[in-house]
Design a protein around this ligand. Structure first.
Ligand SMILES: [Fe+2]
Length: 245
């Protein structure tokens, strides 16, 4: 898919829900780091990053009142949220997207190895590899991002998330992806992403993040990407443990 179209879609996400936009940028950055550390070449890394950027695009079609609801979702609301996988997949196909990695990741990033995920209840090798690996990153970010009930994140949240991922490695989560993510965390390489739009940003009840801030930062990242820099989202900024918590 053309970069201009991806950027236009992201602008819509930013306007609709800044929290999803911040999540999108962080998971793209984690995807870059993890796929580079897995030894993938630049084209493969970029392909996965495009897919990561688009993974929640179906949320465009979910009502804002549900996306931004500060409290617990009802069963009916959660059922609606779950449809973002199919909605995103259908939307991209209608737009002419044919890349198998992107389509698989958008549709299947909430599947789990034991078959407990959605939307298709796939299990084990039925789940496309890229989606299975990305699910680990997506889950990690969901557990380490600022929420109304979790106003600050730090190493405590990251360690809890990694413990849960390790406990589910091989049963719910792709073990290789869990191992790669844990290794990068141990090296301190995830710290700057963990705090990206996440550190000490007070979340006003129900209002999410500061949308203009996200949009400005997103545009800067897009410009780097457009310039075709070797590392499209800029070099990974490794910070030493202790600087970020
Ligand atoms: Fe999702």
């Amino acid at each position: 898919m053309d970069r201009d179209i991806i950027e236009a879609l992201l602008r819509v996400v930013e306007v609709k829900d800044a929290c999803t936009a911040a999540h999108t940028w962080r998971v793209a950055l984690y995807t870059q780091l993890i796929s580079e550390s897995a030894g993938l070449d630049r084209d493969e890394v970029l392909r996965l990053m495009y897919a990561a950027v688009l993974h929640d695009i179906g949320k465009i079609d979910i009502p804002h009142r549900i996306l931004a609801k500060p409290g617990r979702l009802t069963a009916a609301e959660f059922k609606i949220i779950k449809t973002h996988t199919i909605l995103g997949y259908d939307r991209l196909r209608r737009m002419g997207e044919t890349d198998s990695v992107t389509l698989a990741l958008v549709r299947s990033h909430h599947e789990r190895l034991d078959g407990s995920g959605y939307p298709d209840g796939l299990s084990g090798a039925e789940i496309p590899t890229a989606a299975s690996c990305f699910a680990v990153i997506d889950t990690f970010d969901a557990m380490t991002s600022v929420r109304p009930y979790r106003p600050r994140v730090g190493h405590g949240a990251a360690e809890t998330a990694l413990a849960e991922l390790k406990a589910g490695a091989g049963t719910r989560y792709c073990p290789e992806a869990v191992e790669l993510l844990a290794a990068r965390y141990e090296c301190g390489e995830l710290d700057w992403i963990l705090s990206y739009f996440n550190d000490e940003q007070p979340v006003a009840s129900g209002s999410g993040y500061d949308a203009p801030l996200i949009a400005t930062a997103g545009r800067e990242l897009s410009q780097r990407w457009r310039r075709g820099e070797a590392s499209p989202f800029g070099p990974s900024r490794v910070v030493s443990r202790g600087d970020a918590d």
